[in-house]
Write a protein that binds this ligand. Structure first.
Ligand SMILES: Cc1cc2nc3c(=O)[nH]c(=O)nc-3n(C[C@H](O)[C@H](O)[C@H](O)COP(=O)(O)OP(=O)(O)OC[C@H]3O[C@@H](n4cnc5c(N)ncnc54)[C@H](O)[C@@H]3O)c2cc1C
Ligand SMILES: *[C@@H]1O[C@H](CO)[C@@H](O)[C@H](O)[C@H]1NC(C)=O
Ligand SMILES: *[C@@H]1O[C@H](CO)[C@@H](O)[C@H](O)[C@H]1NC(C)=O
Ligand SMILES: *[C@@H]1O[C@H](CO)[C@@H](O)[C@H](O)[C@H]1NC(C)=O
Ligand SMILES: *[C@@H]1O[C@H](CO)[C@@H](O)[C@H](O)[C@H]1NC(C)=O
Ligand SMILES: *[C@@H]1O[C@H](CO)[C@@H](O)[C@H](O)[C@H]1NC(C)=O
Ligand SMILES: *[C@@H]1O[C@H](CO)[C@@H](O)[C@H](O)[C@H]1NC(C)=O
Ligand SMILES: *[C@@H]1O[C@H](CO)[C@@H](O)[C@H](O)[C@H]1NC(C)=O
Ligand SMILES: *[C@@H]1O[C@H](CO)[C@@H](O)[C@H](O)[C@H]1NC(C)=O
Length: 566
C-alpha cells in the first residue's frame, strides 16, 4: 500500500515534470538556484582548466583591485597609488571585475579602510573571460549553462545599477572586442547613408575619434568611456547629439549577437527583428551578448559649447532658485534648437556644465541662453559665462575633458516631462531645491522627439521628456552605514518627491534606482510586456539575469548573494 502510494506519487511528479517541461518553465531541482563555490555541483579545478583551454587561456580568476590595501597582498605604495586614482573610471575600466558603482562590490574589499580588514570577493564576479572572439563568448555561455553558473556580461563596468557584476558569477568581459569599420553608404530598409560598425568594447570617445577622421559624427555618451554598443545604446543612451539625432537606440541599424543557446545571429529589421527591437533600448545584459553594432553616422558640423556658474555665497539661495526657474523655462527652446544641456544644482550653486550646440553658432547659442543671463544680472548676481565655437564635433567635445569621477556617489534618477516644465515650473523648482539644498542633483536636457515615428523598445516616455534628472548621495567608505542610508534616502524620500510631481512617470533605466519597486512600468513603460515575451523567446532559462532587467523578477538575490528562482 505504502509502496503503491509512493509509486503513484512518483509518477505524478514525473507527469507534472513532463507537462511543465513541455511548457518550458519547470526548473529542474538543481536550477532552483545557481550553483556557487562550495556546492558539490560547482565544477572542480580540472573542469575550469579545461574550460580555460576552450577560451585560449583567457579565463581570469578575480582578485579585487583593492586587495593591495589588505593582508596578505598589502603593499602601502600600491595601495596609496590606487587610492589616488580610485575615483577615475580608467581604474575600473582596465579591471575585469571592478564595478564603478562601488556598493555592488558589497563593500567587500574597501581601499579606504585598514589593511587588517578582510578583502573578499563579495559582489565581484568569481571569474571573467577576456573575450576577443565570438568563440570565447560562445564557450563561456556553454560552460555557464552546462554548470548552472550565474552569468554576467561586463563591458566597461559603468553600470549604476550593478548589472555588470554579480556574486559567484562568471563574466563575459566584452571590452576587448575592439573593431571599427566605416560603411560609407549603408543601404537599409529605412536608412541610406553613412554608418559605422563598432565592436562591443568600443568606447564613445573611440567612436567619436573614428567618425571625426572620416568627416562624420555619431550619437554617443556625454561620458567618453561608456561602451557605445554596450549597456549605453542598449539601454537608450543620450549624449551631445541627442537633440539633433535622438537616442543612441534610435541609431541602431543592425546587431550581431550571441544568444543564450550559443548561436551567433544577425538582428536586422528583416531577420530577428524582434531581437533588434529589444536590444534597441530594452536594456543590456538581458537578451543576448552583443558583439557588434552598426549605427548611423552624420556629416560633421560645427559645435558651440557654453558654460555658466553661479555660486552660493551663503546669502543668495533665493536668487539662485529664481534663476533656476528662468533657466528651466529656457530649456525647451535650447533643446528644440538642437542643444544638449547638462546642469548641476547643489549646495554650492548652479552650473550649466555645459550646453553643447552641434550645428549651432556661438551667437545663436548665446542668444538662446540670454534670458537666464539677464535674470542673473537683474538679480545682481555675480556669475561667469563663456561660450566657444569649434569648427567640428571632436575638438568641441574634447574641450570639456574635465575629470569624470565615479565611485563617489549613489546615483539614481527619473525623467522629467516637458509638460511639467511648461505648466508648473514653481513645483519643479521647489522639488529641485529640496533635493539640491541637501545633496547633488543634475540634469541632462534633450529633445529626442524630432523625427519619429520611432520603432525601438526604449521607454516611450523619453519622447515627452525634457530632461533626465539624476540625484546622488555620497558613498561613505569609512562609515559604510551612511552609504546604505544615502541609498535609502534616494529611494524613500528624494525620488518620491519627484514622483509626486510626475505621476505615471518614467525613468531612464541606466540612470535609475536599483531599488525601484515598480521598475517594470517606470523603466520600460508600455513596452514591458512585449520585451518580456522576447526575453522568453530568446532566453527561456534566464541565462542572462541582471537587477531590474526585463524578466528579472523571476529570480532574486538571497541575502548571501546566491541567485535563486522566486
Ligand atoms: C560616469 C558615467 C557617465 C555616464 N554618462 C552617460 C551619458 O552621457 N549618457 C548615457 O546615456 N548614459 C550615461 N551613463 C550611463 C551608462 O549609459 C550606463 O552606465 C551603461 O550601463 C554603460 O554601459 P557599458 O556597457 O559601458 O557598461 P557595463 O557596466 O559594462 O554594462 C552595462 C549593462 O550592459 C550590459 N552589457 C554591456 N555590454 C554588453 C554586451 N556586449 N552585450 C550585452 N549586454 C551588455 C551589461 O550586462 C550591463 O547590464 C553614464 C554612467 C557613468 C558611470
Ligand atoms: C588560464 O590559462 C592561462 C594560460 O595558461 C593562465 O595564465 C591563467 O592563469 C589560467 N586561468 C585560470 C583561472 O586558471
Ligand atoms: C575626483 O577624484 C580625484 C582623485 O581621487 C580627487 O582628487 C578630486 O577631488 C575628485 N573631484 C571631484 C570633483 O570630486
Ligand atoms: C554582502 O554583505 C552582507 C553584509 O555584510 C553579507 O551578509 C552578505 O553575505 C554579503 N554577500 C556577499 C555575496 O558577499
Ligand atoms: C585582455 O585582453 C587584451 C587583448 O588581448 C589584453 O590587452 C589585456 O591585457 C587583457 N586584460 C587582462 C586583464 O587580462
Ligand atoms: C516595429 O518593429 C517590429 C520588430 O521589428 C515589427 O514587428 C513591427 O511591425 C514594427 N512596427 C512598426 C509600426 O513599424
Ligand atoms: C553674495 O552674492 C550676492 C550677489 O552676487 C551679493 O550681493 C552678496 O553681497 C554676496 N554675499 C557675500 C557674503 O559675499
Ligand atoms: C512627438 O512629435 C510628434 C511629431 O512632431 C508629435 O505629433 C507628438 O505629439 C510628439 N510626442 C510627444 C510625446 O510630444
Ligand atoms: C563619512 O562618515 C564619517 C563618520 O560619520 C564622516 O566623518 C565623514 O565626513 C563622512 N564622509 C563623507 C564623504 O561623507
Amino acid at each position: 500500500m505504502v509502496r503503491r502510494r509512493t509509486l503513484f506519487f512518483l509518477s505524478f511528479i514525473v507527469l507534472v515534470a513532463a507537462i511543465a517541461r513541455k511548457h518550458g518553465n519547470w526548473p529542474s531541482r538543481t536550477s532552483q538556484c545557481r550553483t556557487i563555490p562550495g556546492d558539490t555541483s560547482w565544477p572542480d579545478s580540472k573542469a575550469f582548466d579545461d574550460f580555460n583551454k576552450t577560451v585560449n587561456g583567457r579565463l581570469i580568476s578575480t582578485v579585487p583591485i583593492a586587495s593591495v590595501c589588505h593582508q596578505p597582498d598589502f603593499d602601502q605604495a600600491q595601495c596609496d597609488a590606487l587610492r589616488n586614482v580610485w575615483f577615475f573610471p580608467e581604474t575600473h575600466l582596465e579591471s575585469s571585475s571592478s564595478p564603478m558603482a562601488y556598493p555592488f562590490s558589497n563593500n567587500s574589499c574597501n581601499p579606504f579602510v585598514g589593511s587588517d580588514t578582510a578583502c573578499t570577493l563579495g559582489g565581484h564576479v568569481v571569474y571573467s573571460v577576456n573575450a576577443t572572439s565570438v568563440e570565447h563568448v560562445q564557450a563561456t555561455i556553454k560552460f555557464a549553462r552546462k554548470n548552472n553558473i550565474r552569468l554576467v556580461v561586463r563591458n566597461t563596468g559603468h553600470d549604476y545599477l550593478g548589472r555588470s557584476t554579480g556574486a559567484y558569477a562568471i563574466a563575459i568581459w566584452t571590452r576587448h572586442l575592439k573593431s571599427l569599420e566605416l560603411i560609407s553608404e549603408y543601404h537599409g530598409t529605412s536608412y541610406d547613408g553613412p554608418a559605422i560598425r563598432v565592436g562591443a568594447g568600443i568606447e564613445s570617445q573611440e567612436a567619436y575619434a573614428f567618425a571625426e577622421q572620416n568627416g562624420l559624427m555619431v550619437v554617443g555618451g556625454n561620458c567618453p568611456t561608456v561602451a557605445l554598443a554596450g549597456g549605453y545604446s542598449q539601454g537608450g543612451g543620450h549624449g551631445p547629439l541627442s537633440s539633433r539625432h535622438g537616442l543612441a537606440a534610435d541609431q541602431i541599424l543592425e546587431i550581431e549577437a550571441v544568444t543564450a543557446n550559443g548561436r551567433l545571429v544577425k538582428a536586422t529589421p528583416t531577420s530577428n527583428a524582434d531581437l533588434l527591437w529589444a536590444l534597441s533600448g530594452g536594456g543590456g545584459g538581458t537578451y543576448a551578448v552583443v558583439v557588434s553594432m552598426t549605427v548611423k553616422a552624420f556629416t560633421n558640423t560645427h559645435i558651440t559649447m557654453a558654460t555658466f556658474s553661479l555660486m552660493n555665497n551663503g546669502t543668495n539661495a533665493d536668487a539662485i532658485y529664481e534663476v533656476l526657474g528662468t533657466f528651466l523655462q529656457n530649456l525647451p527652446a535650447l533643446a528644440d534648437a538642437g542643444a544638449f544641456v547638462a546642469w548641476v544644482a547643489a549646495p554650492f550653486g548652479l552650473l550649466m556644465s555645459p550646453a553643447m550646440g552641434p550645428g549651432i553658432h556661438k551667437e545663436e547659442l548665446d542668444l538662446l541662453i540670454k534670458p537666464t543671463l539677464d535674470k542673473m544680472s537683474d538679480l545682481k548676481q555675480e556669475f561667469s559665462y563663456s561660450s566657444t565655437e569649434y569648427s567640428s564635433f571632436l575638438p568641441g567635445y574634447d574641450s570639456l575633458t574635465s575629470t569624470w569621477n565615479v565611485s563617489d556617489y549613489n546615483v539614481a534618477g527619473r525623467l522629467i516631462p516637458r509638460s511639467l516644465v511648461e505648466e508648473d515650473t514653481p513645483a519643479l523648482v521647489e522639488v529641485i531645491r529640496y533635493i539640491s539644498e541637501q545633496t547633488i542633483s543634475t540634469g541632462v536636457t534633450f529633445n529626442v522627439n524630432q523625427s519619429g515615428p520611432y520603432n525601438v523598445s526604449a521607454n516611450p516616455y523619453w519622447r515627452k521628456s525634457l530632461f533626465g534628472m539624476v540625484v546622488g548621495t555620497p558613498i561613505n567608505y569609512t562609515d559604510y552605514s551612511k552609504t546604505i542610508a544615502g541609498q535609502d534616502l534616494i529611494t524613500n524620500d528624494l525620488l518620491p518627491r519627484i514622483a509626486e510631481i510626475t505621476p505615471n512617470g518614467g525613468a531612464y533605466l541606466n540612470e535609475a534606482d536599483f531599488q525601484q519597486p515598480d521598475f517594470q512600468t517606470l523603466f520600460f513603460g508600455e513596452n514591458y510586456k512585449r520585451l518580456l515575451a522576447i526575453k522568453r523567446r530568446y532566453d527561456q532559462d534566464d541565462l542572462f539575469w541582471a537587477r531590474t532587467a526585463v524578466g528579472s523578477e523571476r529570480w532574486s538575490e538571497q541575502s548571501d548573494g546566491r541567485l535563486c528562482r522566486v
